[in-house]
Design a protein. Structure first.
Length: 20
């Protein structure tokens, strides 16, 4: 399981798939 990285990526913990 990965932590919810919602910094500037978005509401989903997608990682680095979506541009900030």
């Amino acid at each position: 399981c990965q932590p919810p990285n919602r910094s500037a990526l978005g509401p989903r913990p997608s990682g680095r798939k979506l541009s900030p």
